[in-house]
Every structure is written in structure tokens, then in C-alpha cells.
Design a protein around this ligand. Sequence first.
Ligand code: GLN
Length: 450
Amino acid sequence: MHYLSRIEETRHLNAFVEVFADEALKRAAELDSKKKNGLPCGRLFGVVTGIKDVICFKDHKISAGSAILKGFTSLYSATAIERLIAEDAIIIGNLNCDEFAMGSSNENSAYGNVLNALDNSRVPGGSSGGSAVAVQAGLCMLSLGSDTGGSVRQPADFCGVTGFKPGYGRISRYGLIAYASSFDQIGVFGTNIEDIALFTEIMAGPDAYDSTASTNPVPAFSQLLKTTKKFKIAWFPQALDHPSLDPEIASSIRAYFQELENEGHTLKPVDFDYLDYIVPAYYILTTAEASSNLSRYDGVKYGYRTKDHVNNLDDFYRKNRSQGFGKEVKRRIMLGTFVLSTGYYDAYYTRAQQIRRRIQEQTELIFKDFDIILLPTTPAPAFKFGEKSHDAVEMFLADLFTVFANLAGIPAISIPLFRHSNGMPFGIQAMTNQFEELSLLQFSNLSYLR
Ligand code: GLN
């Protein structure tokens, strides 16, 4: 009830696409009577959870923030959702996001902008802006987002909450609408590490419906958070000296490094040669994958279908897709189709794959000597609406620090430690090697306790 009235009070934030109010109340009542009758209760008993509009929940609408899927109802639930429900979580609604999770500001949704609750003239970040604001404004306890190139960490940074992206394959992608399949990962927004650890441990693990879901054993993250370990931490001078980095962010992070050293952790600068290549490589590979993934939205079996007269099948596809998709999605489909086309494939796609491989190799080398890599989450705190939307490249470049973890496939988290003199929060981003979520969560928990 509390959350439903909070949602009503904050309608102007536009965080939710749909609120499952009656159903959530009914489920809460069922859970209550289960408890009264002494029946066993799940580990997420009554935890009110919001989900990004790209994660399927059976018999509920899902549209990926797109007009092309408006009115579509999920035929099944994502594995992640089934596992949360099996532990008695309550799903309260689905959350607004950039269309098909493409964007960094939530200005690309068919449902309109989501507002940052701390300053309504600023963006909440994207693409999981609704998920970040829902936790920021106390509209649910935790929320799910998806992170292909930073869509959990960057909005968490902009909204002053924690956003965690497990390593690629930790959580099944079954029931997650695909953007770029070799990058996509479900992630969690919360306000403390214990909750995020428990959520992750429940959702993670192998899944017969997703062959890329890892069979690597899932530790009981939430029980193992306490540690006295002193971490070996790498940081990249190229990142902290980057011309796009806000000087206040740089100085807060340097001061934080000093604190970590005082606490007995070791910090060392490490040269990372690929910083200027990661954004181009990311946008070549993800748009290529997106152009293929989004070819299924043609209006034949489901989704938006034009009301106009059509002359032939080609015209039918063209009208459905031109009218159904928004500008950013079209831009990426065209870019992806171009980089995959004959004559350009080797120059763009193959080279970007080679860069991805090099990044993965260099990352592996770093983790031979270090436990953690620390980077800023974003070059600057939440910007104003319209500030970057006229310039796609400027918007893309702001993803500089987050896309690295998706190219490498490693776990990454944004922890909300700082506040800018303009009043907006910002975080630090920590990363570990693949399948080292536990030490990432342990480290994050220490940072929370400082
Ligand atoms: N901002 C990035 C993009 O637009 C990240 C998106 C995401 O992680 N879903 O691609």
C-alpha cells in the first residue's frame, strides 16, 4: 500500500509504464495469509520489485519502451522473474526505459521522458531510467534493469543509487528482449549491497532455456559479504586524466583512492591502451547485433501494423517499421546494417571484434595481478534534458567508462559515494574478473560501510 501511494504521488516522474496495483495487493494478501498459516516463506517474502519494460512477465504487457510493441502481452515469464516470484517477491509494475534499451538519458521512450527525482530538469540516465528512479524515489524496494553498455550503472550513478551488472551469462537472458545478445545482461538496482547480493544469488545460475547462462557455481553472495581482505586495485591514468572527465569527479575519486590506501588496500596505476577504441568498438558490435535482433519486428505475427494502404510485402515491412520504431532505434538499425554489409564488414565488424578480443586479453592480464579495477562510472553527473540529444556522438562518448565491462564480459557495479557541487550524486565504478561477483560485492560492501 505504501508503495502504491508513493507511486501515485510521483506520477510526474513517469517512472512506470504500468502499475500492477490490484494484483500486487492481492498477492500481498496471499503472502500474509501464507505467513499466518505457518507455511514456509520465501527469501524475498513481500519484497516489492519493479521490472524494466524489456523483461517478460507472463500475461503482462511488455513493449521495450517502443510503439512497435505497444499492447503486446508476454506469453511467458523471464527465468529471472520466475526465480524472484518463487521466493515470494511482489512484482509491482513495469518501468519506463529507452526504446529497446538504446540510450543514455531516457529521452528515447515511446512513453516520454523519465525525470530524475532529485532535479526534474535533469535526465535520470538510461536506458534503465525508470528502474533507477523507482528505487531513488522509493517506489519499490529493488528493481531490475538490463545492462548492454552501462544501462544499469549509469542511471544508478545519475540517481544516487547502487546499480550492479553481473558478468555476462550469470543471469539467464531468457525472457529479456534482446538488444545486443553478446552484451546484454540483467542487473539490479538497490540501496544496499545485502539486498543486491541476495537478488543476484536467487536469479543467477544455469538455465535450460539459455545456453549462454553459465553453469559456474553461484556462491551464497548474501551470506559471504563480510571480509577483512585487503584488495589489490588497479586504476587507469588514461581514464582519470581523460579530457571529458569532470574535474570534481576526478578529484573526488583521487581522494577516495587515498582513503582506500589508508585502509590498507594497494592501488596501482595500470596503462590501458584501448580507451579511445572502446566506444567505437561497442557501437559497431552492438548496432550490428541489434540490426539482426530487431529484424523480427516486421508487423506480420505481432506488434504494430500500419493502417496505410500497402502495395506489396516490401512496402508493408517498410511502413510497419518506419512508423513503429523511433529515431534512435532506426539510426542503430541502419548503422548496424551498414557495418555488416559486403565491402564494409571487414573494415568495421571484423576489426571491432578484434579490438574486443584484445580488450578481453588485456583485462585478463590485469586480473592476474589485481582483484579490482576502479573507474569513474560516468564522465559527468546527470545532464539536463535536451543537452545531448541533438548530438548522437556526444551521447555515445559519455558511455566511455561503462561499455568496457560489457566488451570484456566482466561484472561491474556503480556505488553512490559522492555528491557534486551542483547537487547531483555520482558514483565510483568497480569491476572484477569473470565469475568474481563475490569479491566485487564484498568490496562494495566495504565501500558502503566507510
Ligand atoms: N547507453 C548505451 C547504449 O545506448 C547503453 C545501453 C544499455 O546498456 N542498454 O547503447
